[in-house]
Design a protein around this ligand. Sequence first.
Ligand code: SF4
Ligand code: SF4
Length: 243
Amino acid sequence: MLYERNKNLNQQLQNIISSNGVDYLGIADLSQAHNAILEQGGSLIASFPFSISIGISILDSIVDLLPQRNEKAVKVSYRHHVYDIVNLRLDLAASIISSHLQQSGARAFPIPASKRVDDERICASFSHKLSAHLAGLGWIGKSCLLITPEHGPRVRWATILTDAPLESAGEMQKDQCGDCRECIDICPTRAFTGKPFRTDEPREARYDVKKCEKYFDFMEQKNEIAVCGMCVFVCPYGRKKKI
Ligand code: SF4
Ligand code: SF4
């Protein structure tokens, strides 16, 4: 009976994402990462047993123009369509899913697609990438981005935390970066160390987020629209259709 109820809820979520232009749905059992989640987000965030990852693939026609990002038209399109609009679509879908879960008697707590809550550590209250990784949607690459086999890092994410009785079907994917170093070599700030992801190491072992942050601050101080994303552009898993 419980199994049937879980299956029904999973199917209802699938229907919601299909009718809201969302490409990815994954359910993660968070018990395996409880300590890391508690450390990042505190006891409220760590009180939920499951997370629902939703993802929207971003437009190749814009990402492929990032090497020409000094052109204003490219920057404007990237900021608008790859960040602002996709984030809004994700937050809207997360809100619809959360309301649906609440109506079915569960707690639901949507984590915004892109909102920082800790300026010192430069992070959100919960890692969308960790959730998507635990849900089996991809692996965390040397760029610290979630890499999907289908679209590489060209996907934006949001998460809904919940205690709904869901089935988490996904198996965590193994790192498939291999010997590739393209994101490391292309980063203008040399922000990545090249170390592969390990669950027992902090983000700082792989990525100096402050270098990336300073680069964006520098562009903003010059009154430019701050855009980089070369680590997203270059990953062969996202560019594979053209290789
Ligand atoms: S956005 Fe640019 S500066 Fe920041 S990590 Fe990626 S490649 Fe480096
Ligand atoms: S560019 Fe290469 S090393 Fe970087 S995340 Fe993609 S596959 Fe991994």
